[in-house]
Design a protein around this ligand. Structure first.
Ligand code: HPA
Ligand code: ZN
Length: 357
């Protein structure tokens, strides 16, 4: 088979991962707000934060579960008011993504977090969109937006924000489902997801992060999603793992997030190698990088460092999966795959030459 990279030395892996083209498919743009930016925006908007300093805020980032994180995440996002604020937040992310050789990013945003505070949805979408356009023009990053519904709120509230967003339908490619998972099963949003599918929107949902495997099944069967965000708890149900493998249903896994939110105790105990081994289309992503201690390359590098089962072959697979699972045209996927393969092929040739010398 053409793509055999297992003889690339492990020592070459960090540099290879850093330099490789990659797609990021699970990043909440509000989760990229660094404490410094939160304080700067609070100052610009004349708001007072309940934290004395950047360090005091960062010190509060000690989470015990998803909800303990969400409380701080929504508080952080409350400094965003103007179109420029949303632009600045996304631009900060794109600069970091470019440094990580991210060539494609699909950004989640949570409009209800902002519209509930009286921020017009136009400010949210137009600011983020302007940053996406500039990312393409100045950084060569292809970026698109996915509107997420907050699952702790009602389906009526989701319908309401969808109506507000439809005038900007051309500026986002899909919808997702995030926030507090337990007690808020995908079925709660069956009608609004059906409406989104009619609009030609792509559908994804967080499922099986803290919630049971049954939520993954209902995201697939009721919401008819095309990707599962997180999904790591599928291993509690072997038949579901088999189904996900058979359907090549992508899972957007977020290793550092999972450790920070106590889904796994350590990276060394993460089940990602097991998922890859089972033939699932697993991708690696940063989720909320400003809160979880790292951007995309940090996730990839720390993961392979912690898990000896993940060698060059698996690293290549994870990046190839990121393109396979992306919402872009087949020709674009093929072009990025060719770039990725060329880089790994060159490393494999270097390894072979080294062995002969
Ligand atoms: N899970 C659910 N909701 C979220 C997350 C997450 O990891 N990050 C931001 N909103
Ligand atoms: Zn997430």
């Amino acid at each position: 088979m053409a793509h055999a990279f297992s003889h690339i030395p492990r020592s070459a892996l960090p540099e290879l991962l850093r330099r490789a083209p990659k797609a990021e498919l699970h990043i909440h743009i509000e989760g990229s707000l660094e404490p410094e930016r939160i304080f700067a925006l609070a100052h610009r908007n004349g708001l007072t934060l309940p934290y004395a300093s950047v360090d005091a805020l960062r010190a509060a980032y000690a989470f015990t579960d998803l909800q303990s994180f969400l409380d701080i995440y929504y508080a952080g996002a409350s400094v965003l008011l103007t179109e420029q604020d949303f632009f600045d937040m996304a631009w900060d992310y794109f600069l970091r993504a470019a440094a990580d050789h991210v060539v494609h990013a699909e950004l989640f945003f949570d409009p209800q977090t902002h519209t509930e505070r009286g921020v017009p949805i136009a400010h949210v979408i137009q600011g983020l969109h302007r940053a996406c356009v500039q990312a393409q023009a100045q950084l060569g990053i292809d970026a698109s937006l996915i509107l997420c519904f907050l699952r702790h709120l009602s389906e009526d509230a989701a319908f309401e924000v969808l109506e507000q967003a439809l005038p900007w339908r051309h500026l986002f490619i899909g919808v997702g489902l995030d926030s507090s998972e337990r007690g808020h099963p995908p079925e709660k949003f069956a009608r609004v997801f059906a409406r989104c599918a009619e609009q030609g929107l792509r559908c994804v949902a967080h499922a099986g992060e803290e919630g049971p495997p049954a939520y993954i099944t209902s995201a697939l069967d009721v919401l008819k999603v095309q990707r599962i965000d997180h999904g790591v708890r599928c291993t509690d149900d072997p038949a579901l793992v088999q189904r996900l493998a058979q359907e090549r249903m992508p899972l957007t896994v977020c290793p550092l997030s999972n450790v920070k939110l106590c889904v796994f105790k350590t990276l060394a105990e993460h089940n990602l190698p097991q998922l890859l081994e089972a033939g699932l289309c697993v991708t690696v992503n940063s989720d909320d990088p400003a809160y979880f201690g790292g951007y995309l390359n940090d996730n990839l590098l720390q993961l392979v460092d912690a898990l000896p089962q993940l060698g060059p072959q698996q690293a290549w697979q994870l990046l190839a999966n990121s393109f396979e699972a992306s919402f872009v045209a087949p020709e674009q996927k093929a072009a990025w795959r060719a770039e990725l393969d060329a880089l790994f092929d060159a490393a494999a040739r270097d390894a072979a030459a080294g062995l002969q010398a």
